[in-house]
Ligand binder design. Structure first.
Ligand code: SF4
Ligand code: SF4
Length: 369
């Protein structure tokens, strides 16, 4: 059904920035290269970059390309819909992105707790009705919970066309994300899959030294990120693999990888399993930099950068001075981790269920003098 869609999608959640604004000129160059190379699928959401991602779609894509030449995915995010006004929210998405329909539309970040919120808002019925009215072409949901719960949702909602799953070689066998089990569950229900976080928010792009050696031994001229993208794209039933590209070099690397896509060979498959084992032995925090939490934080703490850029780097490289330097850069002119008041608003929307206030306390203790 989706066989004509190229297997690399452009995730618009980490676009290049110029201060507080999206760097539209750089985004246009990335979009142009992506389309010129034959790729078509773009993925946005209201929450991405505080609403700027949807607007960037209009500026960089829909106002510059014929509607039939690209595919656009957007999402129904319960926390962005005010006063239960589903129609008003959807209309504002069409208006902001400058299109008259979405090719793919997803209930966003479904978990056991958000399922209740989506049911209260009639989200499944609303999306099914949008499809009937031709305003969306394919209806699905992005999922962040266990395989058993996915089985329940797909049993209760056989009408969905596809699911979007977090799949990467690090999470393939993990207890928390259950990439493999979720993948097998979706396939059991006959659903096609959009893959998100194939590089785990960039964590598989920059490996510790031993991991880099393992990757280079099997793919000497290729980036570690390319192995991760190819791992995801090698699976059956995949519509496309989303990569949240934030600069032109990442875009070029992804385009080069997927323009001449070849599934992982046996040696590469063994290598990624060994790298996963190595990385799983280092207890880092599984933040994917989706930034949903920063929207909610009343203290405007740059949570993902503190966790990933400073705290995880400390755990991975065991170099306090280096991580302190990173922390200083990240928090320059902004809130420190110690500004956290423990309100828990961030945890309500964190799809990775990270105990964020706890890590803010740890970061503050480690990196603040
Ligand atoms: S718990 Fe801390 S980090 Fe989370 S939203 Fe509240 S103040 Fe921000
Ligand atoms: S802490 Fe959670 S919500 Fe915030 S960026 Fe990381 S994964 Fe996303």
């Amino acid at each position: 059904m989706y066989t004509n869609i190229p297997k690399l999608g452009f995730g618009l959640m980490r676009l290049p920035m110029c201060g507080e604004s999206v760097d539209i000129e750089q985004t246009k160059l990335m979009v142009d290269r992506f389309i010129e190379a034959g790729f078509t699928y773009f993925d946005t959401a209201r929450g991405y970059i505080g609403g700027l991602s949807e607007r960037a779609v209009k500026d960089a894509i829909s106002s510059r390309y014929d509607r039939a030449s690209f595919l656009l995915a957007d999402k129904y995010s319960w926390w962005c819909v005010e006063d239960g006004d589903n129609e008003g929210f959807f209309a504002s998405q069409l208006e902001r992105t400058g299109v008259e329909y979405f090719d793919f539309y997803l209930i966003h970040s479904l978990t056991e707790s958000s399922y209740e919120k989506y049911n209260e808002r009639g989200a499944f019925e609303f999306c099914a009705d949008l499809k009937k009215r031709g305003l969306i072409k394919n209806f699905g949901f992005s999922f962040h919970d266990k395989a058993e719960f996915l089985d329940k949702v797909l049993t209760e909602h056989p009408e969905v066309d596809f699911v979007q799953l977090q799949i990467n070689y690090l999470d393939w066998e993990s207890e928390g994300v259950q990439s493999r089990l979720c993948y097998e569950t979706a396939r059991k229900h006959g659903k096609s899959i959009v893959i998100m976080e194939p590089v785990k928010g960039g964590a598989l792009a920059v490996l510790p030294e031993e991991g880099r050696r393992m990757a280079a031994a099997v793919a000497p001229d290729k980036s570690p990120a390319s192995l991760a993208i190819r791992f995801a794209a090698s699976l059956d039933g995949v519509i496309t693999v989303l990569s949240g590209m934030s600069d032109r070099s990442q875009a070029e690397d992804n385009i080069a990888t997927m323009s001449e896509f070849a599934p992982l060979n046996e040696a590469e498959t063994e290598a990624v399993a060994a790298i996963a084992e190595l990385l799983n032995s280092i207890p880092t925090v599984g933040c994917t930099a989706c930034k949903y939490c920063t929207e909610k934080c009343p203290m405007e703490i740059n949570i993902p950068s503190i966790i990933r850029g400073a705290y995880n780097s400390y755990l991975t490289y065991d170099n306090l001075a280096l991580s302190k330097g990173r922390y200083k850069d990240i928090t320059k002119g902004g809130a420190l981790a110690s500004a956290c008041i423990g309100c828990g608003a961030c945890m309500e929307v964190c799809p990775q269920e990270i105990a964020i206030p706890e890590y803010m306390m740890k970061a503050s203790a480690l990196f603040e003098d």
